[in-house]
Design a binder for this molecule. Structure first.
Ligand SMILES: C[S@@+](CC[C@H](N)C(=O)[O-])C[C@H]1O[C@@H](n2cnc3c(N)ncnc32)[C@H](O)[C@@H]1O
Length: 242
């Protein structure tokens, strides 16, 4: 009898297109990200837009006048294309096996756990970081999705890209203990329950007695109840979501 051993490797390639690749050094070399790279669950490639600027210029003044600079379309397009993105014509449809190009922008869809869960299905993400006043609008023709990390404006797309990568990678199988993901806020439309660690008394503040009881059934009941109370008080909107 031939025994077939099937090993399923979850592998996601992530390209980050940026004017400032050095910002990512510490982020990629420490903690969760570096472990996921080491385990070959993901690979991350930094694409420096400046390399694609023929005249050494990556930005220029806006047509029509006004303050600030705009990232030029040609080097940005070439940088995106260098990641293997092919297209685009009217009949193009994306699927989970093709590169999915995301532009981080305050004008995009607000990032949430559902978007993150959808992103975990792709094999190849290309994340574009803007800067200055943003990118030339025509490059949006080569973007599949625009994502914002909140209703405020940062000076560049690098921090939003880090938030997106971190939140996505921690959801990939093999990166974290699944039990910790299930209890995390938003996973089941609930906020996390309160957590405590040693010492049992901190400056007069004590730990709920049940957590010291060793009764795991009661502890779970308490945690479920606390998660519900927290959610109802702070984020009742989550309880209405399907
Ligand atoms: C100064 S911002 C440009 C803002 C643009 N003028 C606007 O008002 O929509 C420069 C870059 O930072 C990034 N960025 C800033 N805020 C962001 C947010 N809330 N979410 C995602 N990306 C953001 C984008 O890549 C953007 O192109």
């Amino acid at each position: 009898m031939i025994t077939l051993l099937i090993i399923i490797i979850i592998y996601m390639k992530i390209d980050i297109v940026t004017l400032f690749p050095k910002i990512f050094n510490e982020f990629l070399n420490k903690g969760l990200l570096s472990k996921a790279i080491e385990k070959q669950i993901i690979s991350i490639n930094l694409v420096n837009v400046r390399v694609f600027a023929k005249d050494n210029r990556v930005d220029d003044r806006p047509f029509g006048g006004g303050v600030g600079m705009v990232i030029k379309p040609e080097p940005l397009y070439e940088a995106i294309k260098s990641t293997g993105v092919k297209r685009k014509n009217a009949s193009y449809k994306y699927c989970y096996n093709k590169p999915y190009v995301i532009y981080m922008t305050p004008q995009g869809s607000l990032l949430n756990n559902n978007i993150i869960l959808d992103l975990t299905k792709f094999k190849h993400l290309v994340i574009v970081c803007g800067h200055y006043e943003g990118i030339d609008e025509r490059v949006l023709n080569y973007i599949d999705k625009e994502i914002s990390i909140g209703d405020y404006v940062l000076s560049g797309g690098e921090i939003p890209a880090m938030a997106l990568v971190d939140a996505t990678v921690r959801m990939l199988p093999g990166v974290l203990n699944p039990k910790s993901i299930i209890n995390d806020s938003f996973f089941c439309n609930l906020l996390d329950f309160p957590n405590y660690t040693r010492p049992a008394v901190f400056r007069g503040y004590t730990v709920p007695k049940v957590l010291l009881s060793g009764n795991h059934k009661e502890i779970q009941k308490w945690r479920d109840k606390q998660a519900y109370i927290k959610t109802k008080t702070r984020r009742p909107d989550l309880l209405l979501q399907k």
